[in-house]
Design a protein around this ligand. Structure first.
Ligand SMILES: *Cc1c(COP(=O)(O)O)cnc(C)c1O
Length: 431
């Protein structure tokens, strides 16, 4: 595989853009090599500027659940574009999108559209603090909720991958208000509540963790959080930026039957354009300005192109059998990888929920970030490089989930597993 053009583009990019990328994990720091610069994508395939084609399991980090450049989404965006690209004034389609979200997630009785997941979680927590009059937030180690100051602690993927424990530039006073507990550890969460209960405004959690690999909640974890929040008067915030419309149409809250007070969405809800949302109980959302006193705003919030892409994506996800198909594809990949690794005697475990899956070079189980970090990084690097060379585009970090789309076909799965067979064989020889 030739990467000459990507290498040239990367050199050029680094002169103007830090690391040559506009989001750190894209720079391939934890796997080495040159990140392919992308020219185009269609369906399950992504093509780089050198003309190499890959089967894509990144899916723009989650949004592309229908596959890339879906003709109906493109048509919806084109139609919207002809009418003007931004008005900074209300439009009927924003209500259409809000209603589509509410149909899928009834716990979101009202919602506000924003432009990124970061904005959604930041705003949800401002609301939680405003409503409760409390300052502290409890989050879980390895969960990522965007890059806002108070949430950049124990934040999994990007941050963990770079080995930065938080980030310079975030005042200690901000992170002092963030309590970090181990994921899937109710006893530790209760202990935190016993110490700071009356000061905790909200618990924010990825109901299926997808920013430390794919780590599902253990039975009772999410329900236990609900109970603890009720007992101590804190709000429960499900960050479903990744899991919303990904693990089920109704998100993880539907799958695990736990009702949060507030939910954040992003990724799929924008259909590949910048839209995100936060919402929940009506009495809470009525506190947002102008109905209430808690301020949040955005020039491009509810942008017509993003709303059109999101709406069309959600509409297509209403078709029958969609989530069964996604679940089957993800499961087949996960179990196929596990079988191949076992045959080679390689310590390896996988998880899949709906249309997302993950794997660790670790004998398993992996239920927390501490366990995820015990996975074999060298083996991951070698596996990743071999897969890429075979035309399989995975996230360039051992702490990311993989995403399938409705465009991934059985033959794509077969090709992926064939590439994995080779990659595992090489990873043994490499040791
Ligand atoms: C991606 C992600 C975010 C941040 O969303 P951006 O649109 O990248 O700001 C927040 N929370 C979770 C769970 C995510 O996966």
């Amino acid at each position: 595989m030739d990467h000459a053009r990507s290498r040239r583009e990367w050199k050029r990019a680094q002169r103007s853009i830090p690391g040559g990328v506009n989001s750190p994990v894209r720079a391939y720091r934890s796997v080495g090599g040159t990140p392919p610069f992308i020219a185009s994508a269609r369906g399950a395939r992504i093509r780089d500027v050198d003309g190499n084609e890959y089967i894509d399991y990144v899916g723009s980090w989650g949004p592309m659940i229908l596959g890339h450049a879906h003709p109906k989404v493109l048509a919806a965006v084109r139609a919207a574009m002809k009418l003007g690209t931004s008005f900074g004034a209300p439009t009927p389609r924003e209500s259409d999108l809000a209603e589509a979200v509410r149909r899928a997630m009834p716990s979101m009785e009202m919602l506000r559209l924003v432009s990124s997941g970061t904005e959604a979680t930041m705003s949800a927590l401002r609301l939680a603090r405003g409503v409760t009059g409390r300052a502290r937030i409890l989050k879980f180690d390895g969960c990522y909720h965007g890059h806002s100051d108070g949430l950049l602690v124990g934040a999994g993927s990007g941050v963990a991958t770079l080995g930065i424990p938080g980030s310079p530039g975030v005042p200690k006073a901000m992170t002092d208000l963030t309590i970090v507990a181990p994921y899937n550890d109710l006893a530790a969460t209760r202990a935190a509540f016993e110490r700071w209960g009356g000061e905790i405004a909200a618990v924010i959690v990825e109901p299926v963790a997808g920013n430390m690999g794919c780590v599902p909640p253990v039975p009772g974890f999410l329900a236990g959080l609900r109970t603890l929040c009720d007992e101590f008067g804190a709000l429960l915030v499900f960050d479903e930026v990744m899991t919303g419309f990904r693990v089920a149409r109704g998100g993880a809250q539907k799958l695990y039957r736990v009702k949060p007070d507030l939910t954040t969405l992003g990724k799929i809800v924008g259909g590949g354009l910048p839209a995100a949302a936060y919402g929940g109980r009506r009495d809470l959302m009525r506190r947002i300005a102008p109905e209430g006193d808690i301020y949040q705003a955005g020039t491009l919030s509810g942008n017509p192109l993003a709303v059109a892409a999101g709406l069309e994506t959600l509409r297509l996800l209403e078709a029958k059998g969609v989530y069964e198909a996604l679940t089957t594809t993800a499961k087949t990949l996960a179990s196929g990888l596990e079988t191949l690794a076992r045959e080679r005697g390689i310590p390896f475990c996988t998880a899949s929920v709906g249309g997302m899956f993950g794997f660790f070079f670790h004998p398993g189980p992996v239920e927390s970030f501490a366990q995820a970090q015990q996975s074999d990084a060298a083996r991951f690097r070698s596996f990743f490089a071999s897969m890429l060379e075979s035309g399989i585009y995975l996230a360039p970090s051992p702490y990311e989930a993989a995403f399938v789309s409705l465009a991934h076909r059985p033959r794509d799965v077969d090709r992926t597993l064939e590439a994995a067979r080779k990659a595992f064989a090489r990873s043994i020889r490499a040791r």
